[in-house]
Design a protein around this ligand. Sequence first.
Ligand code: SAM
Ligand code: SF4
Length: 325
Amino acid sequence: MSGISDSFQRPISYLRVSVTDRCNLRCVYCMPPQGISLMPHSDILRYEEILSVVRVAAGMGINRVRLSGGEPLARAGLVDFVRMLAGVREIEDLSLTTNGVLLKGHAAALKEAGLARVNISLDSLKREKFRQITGHDRLPDVMDGISEAERVGFAPIKINVVVMRGINDDELLDFVRLTGEGWNVRFIELMPLLQGGEQPQFVPATEMREIVSSAGRLEPCQPPEGNGPARYYRLPGARGTVGFITPVSDHFCFKCNRLRLTADGKLLPCLLAGAEIDVRSALRAGASPDDIRRLVLEAVAAKPEGHRVRQGEVGQTRPMTQLGG
Ligand code: SAM
Ligand code: SF4
């Protein structure tokens, strides 16, 4: 394995793949109230096309792949696709980010197909609040999905909570209590990505930490698995961890190790910078593995030093459902 680094000496080893822009929820911070225009099906990469990009990237040093969306479990055939990816020798860590609504029915098959880990997004433990945030009354399905994922042996399971002022910031301690039962909870700062309309309000991680600290002393600890951008802590006696992800207040661009592939086949050097490298056109014009390799190198070379969200600049106009989070 060769290994690639960008212009700022950051090793690039992680590819985040959005397999669909479709979703079965409508989270207030992710989908604008007027909805989004969906990509035509013909624009979306076929699984075989994604696989060919992953194979080339894996030969260049990418050893971690995360599937996201939209809602990845809303795309038919995902389990078989996971099996294809699990067969790529260089991929050491294959994971999925899901809203959990369809997880109960798929968890066992995903595990058997070779998925290593699953992160579940869950912004409220209260049924009515969940419905208000997501537009759908599916909290019981998500909770069943989490239980099933635990039952079939996914570990550690991480729960992602996007914290919004006046919406779910009163539930931080309820989530933290669940670390006592082994949950790994990560509180995420809201990124201002919605264009126009009213956006939920951001809560800085410093404030989240203050709230969480009232439950006990936060001991810094190692991540439960993987080496993502969160900082992790443990409350005395808890099996699980509390993490904070701070894309806005304290961004982690200096250790960014990732590229993204959108559902319509664009390689993104950065979630927030806007540059795109068109792999789909190349694939459909008969690109060779060497041609794809050149495009991956182009994406790596285009990685900016950092984003400027804190300065109010978001260079991205795509909705999060196309970016994969
Ligand atoms: N549908 C799946 C899910 O919700 O887990 C996968 C796609 S979703 C875009 C991936 C992650 O991005 C989720 O954890 C979601 O909470 C997060 N996300 C979406 N919009 C966000 C925003 N504006 N700020 C912070 N996180 C966001
Ligand atoms: Fe769908 Fe995930 Fe976006 Fe919520 S955060 S609308 S579940 S893609």
